[in-house]
Design a protein around this ligand. Structure first.
Ligand code: CO
Length: 193
């Protein structure tokens, strides 16, 4: 497992609900936390490790010792959004790219945890921002899609660099072609059903 970078097709995939919480899923989640901590992130969606499932993890402290701050969101739904806030965001799939993004200030989200227990949370500030960012991933939406036209123009050169590096890695065979990646994602979707 590794974190994939833009424009990997998994990042544009509308993910599939999880139907079974088993040891395999718990292992996936553990591995995702390890990768997130290694990359010094506070959130990671399954798409970002090439898995087309509706799942993301959070630890707003980014500290692996703060295990009680680890949260797993399975099949999350944002039920309510209120207000508006703007702050800087980044993404482990677009390393070192940061830009202000406008988001709802407060959200109410429902999801299941790794024990299969449903929960509902109302959060604001960083938690709200992180959950909106990660939920977007599950629909194949990236924070760069949420920028104003001016913001999009500002980040365009960096986004183009990510694109050309990715295509180079495909040309040299380090990364499979898009069609092969999509076929593999489709396989994983079928396996889930
Ligand atoms: Co992200």
């Amino acid at each position: 497992m590794q974190i994939v970078h833009y424009p990997h097709p998994a990042l544009r995939w509308k993910s599939t609900p999880i139907t079974k919480i088993d040891q395999e899923l718990r292992d996936i989640v553990r591995e995702m936390f390890e990768l997130m901590y290694a990359a010094e992130g506070i959130g990671l969606a399954a798409n970002q490790v090439g898995l087309p499932y509706r799942l993301f993890i959070l630890n707003l402290t980014a500290d692996p010792n703060e295990k009680d701050q680890e949260h797993v969101f399975i099949n999350p739904e944002i039920l309510k959004k209120k207000g508006s806030q703007e702050a800087e965001e980044g993404c482990l799939s677009l390393p070192k790219l940061y830009h202000n993004v406008r988001r709802a200030e407060e959200i109410t989200v429902e999801a299941f945890d790794l024990d299969g227990t449903g929960f509902e949370l109302t959060v604001d500030e960083l938690g709200s921002r992180a959950i909106q960012h990660e939920s977007d991933h599950l629909d194949g939406v990236l924070f760069i899609d949420r920028l104003s036209d001016a913001g999009q123009r500002e980040v365009a050169p960096i986004v183009a660099d990510f694109e050309s590096l990715f295509r180079q890695n495909q040309a040299s065979g380090v990364i499979p072609p898009d069609e092969a990646i999509k076929a593999q994602l489709q396989q994983l979707v079928l396996k889930q059903k």
